[in-house]
Ligand binder design. Structure first.
Ligand code: SF4
Ligand code: SF4
Length: 561
């Protein structure tokens, strides 16, 4: 690991990286502008990494600015709010700005021109230190804030790192390393207080002391604006640090390495090494949510390239069609040949300007063909190794290309495909002009599709197994119930038989007892009465009581004396 001191703070280097032409001069010194309301807003329900938001409004419903229009259905998701007041005119599939070009579910709003805030908008507070960290996370979550550096990961999730990895450092990313893009530069210059206050709020939510704000040294005005606001380069646990301008220093893992010397493990997260990283735009959005109660409904977007007449940065509502951004940036020039969302290294081509911007959109680049498309036909790999030398993640791009080309999606993962940040350094230096990043994106998409299929098949198998298990259990329980019932019945019968016999004996004994008692009474009477005498000359013996019978056989016609 190499390190050097840069303006007083010890810095480390990451592997590879490039010095690229910056092309930032056309927009960096122009103040950002708000845009007039567009005729319609198309809000994708998939603005972020994670599960799509679910609509809570209906077609025809009137909505207010800042009103919740789609809820987050799970932990890794983010809600969506109306960027202005108006009417919901459609909920359905619309083309989305995505490399696949596929449509996706959207809510369409027709603005009413009043731009009226939702009366039930949450109250903000300047006393954020009084808020519990969990309360801050909830408010950030409710405001629909996602990472504005491009990744669009739900911020509330990042503010709640696993307890197993205590976080001690917050990194605020103001590097903005990709050519052409200047929205973070303008934000730091124009809203330095919001960025720093946002950093303090995030620090409070994380419960950490140390905040490192990394700014590439090609943005001296932004650094000065923050330094002025902070009253120094280091104060109250916050340090402003100039970092060398090397692409891609703005990558999360690369900036963490440069500022702290720590390396995020393969397939790991910054929180694994005690760091959370947030973009400057995200910090400003957190400030607006906590202090002013504003959800994330707009952002700064750089509109640039030779194909735009008046390049600059605009404050655009989420869902604004790109055509509206370009129209209010002087319109197209004769050089408008390619439309790209993002920068020339990590952005992706769009087929129409009717597509809306999303929360993660930092740049619209309208370029000449040769600015973004390699005019030379690809040739076979000559195994020069330049791609390996340039890779900031220390991967083997040539091997990745080889396995992606061969559709060997098992082996490609052995070479840590998913650590690739798609920075494009390898393709930029490749003398064979191979579109390497396209191959990596293709391989990732295929693997995700296969995993989704596998997941679907696993779910179906689990459902089937569960059904069989349930049927088997029900059968077993039924058999047990029947056996129990049978046993109870048999026992009852037995008891009855047993109980019935005893009853009969008891009854017989009772009858005998009663008879005896009756006989005892009759004997006494007989003893008191004179015994009948046999008739003279009769040989008949005198009548005697018989023990064997209950009746006394006397001659009813014979009267006693
Ligand atoms: S830079 Fe291009 S030609 Fe050279 S090894 Fe890498 S993929 Fe092959
Ligand atoms: S695109 Fe991926 S493989 Fe190529 S240099 Fe960047 S991180 Fe490395």
């Amino acid at each position: 690991m190499t390190a050097h001191h840069f303006a007083g703070h010890k810095l480390w280097h990451f592997h590879g990286g490039l010095h690229l032409p910056e092309h930032k001069e056309t927009t960096r010194d122009r103040e950002s502008r708000p845009l007039p309301l567009p005729q319609r807003l198309v809000l994708s329900l998939h603005q972020h990494i994670g599960e799509d938001a679910e609509p809570v409004v209906r077609v025809g419903e009137r909505v207010w600015k800042g009103q919740l229009i789609a809820r987050a259905p799970s932990y890794v998701s983010a809600p969506l709010h109306a960027p202005t007041s108006g009417t919901v005119t459609d909920i359905g599939e619309h083309p989305l700005p995505h490399p696949s070009g596929l449509p996706g579910p959207c809510i369409v709003i027709e603005p009413d021109g009043e731009d009226a805030w939702w009366p039930e908008r949450p109250q903000g507070t300047r006393d954020y230190l009084e808020l519990d960290p969990a309360e801050i996370r909830q408010r950030v979550r409710d405001a629909g804030i996602v990472g504005l550096g491009g990744a669009a990961f739900p911020t509330a999730v990042k503010l709640n790192p696993p307890a197993a990895h205590p976080v001690d450092t917050l990194v605020i990313n103001g590097a903005e390393c990709e050519p052409y893009i200047t929205c973070d530069d303008r934000l730091m210059r124009e809203r330095a207080r919001e960025v720093l206050e946002g950093a303090r709020i995030i620090r409070h939510a994380l419960g950490v002391e140390r905040v490192l704000v990394g700014i590439e040294d090609n943005k001296p005005e932004a650094f000065e604006a923050l330094r002025h606001e902070l009253h120094g380069e280091s104060r109250g646990g916050i340090e402003l640090i100039r970092v060398p301008t090397i692409y891609p220093t703005g990558g999360e893992k690369q900036l963490i390495k440069v500022l702290t010397g720590r390396e995020v493990p393969s397939n790991g997260l910054p929180s694994d090494i005690g760091v959370v990283c947030q973009n400057v735009g995200t910090a400003a959005a957190v400030y607006r949510a906590i202090v002013h109660g504003e959800p994330l409904i707009s952002r700064l977007v750089t509109v640039t390239g030779h194909g735009v007449a008046e390049p600059g940065n605009v404050e655009a509502l989420i869902g604004t069609p790109i055509a509206h951004l370009v129209a209010h940036s002087g319109g197209y020039t004769e050089h408008a040949e390619r439309l790209v969302m993002g920068g020339p290294m990590m952005g992706f081509a769009l087929h129409t300007d009717e597509l809306p911007i999303i929360k993660g959109t930092n740049c619209i680049l309208v370029a000449r063909e040769e600015e973004v498309v390699d005019p030379v036909e690809p040739m076979p790999c000559i195994r020069c190794g330049r791609c390996t030398a340039a890779c900031p993640v220390d991967l083997l791009p040539q091997q990745l290309y080889w396995y992606a080309h061969a559709r060997d999606f098992d082996h490609i993962q052995d070479y840590n495909l998913f650590d690739c940040i798609e920075c494009g350094c390898c393709a930029y230096v490749c003398p064979s002009h191979l579109p390497l990043v396209h191959y990596y994106r293709y391989a990732k998409t295929e693997i995700w599709a296969q995993e989704r299929e596998k997941e679907k098949a696993d779910r179906a198998r689990r459902r089937h197994e569960f059904r069989l298990e349930r049927l088997e259990r029900e059968k077993r329980e039924k058999a047990e119930r029947m056996a129990k019932k049978k046993a109870e019945l048999a026992k009852k019968l037995k008891d009855k038989e047993k109980g019935g016999g005893q009853d009969a004996i008891q009854a017989a004994l009772e009858r005998v007892r009663q008879k005896k008692a009756a006989q005892g009474g009759a004997e006494t009477d007989r003893q008191r009465r004179p015994r009948p005498r046999p008739a003279p000359g009769s040989n008949e013996p005198p009548a005697v009581a018989s023990d064997a019978g209950s009746e006394t056989h006397t001659d009813p016609g014979r009267q006693e004396d």
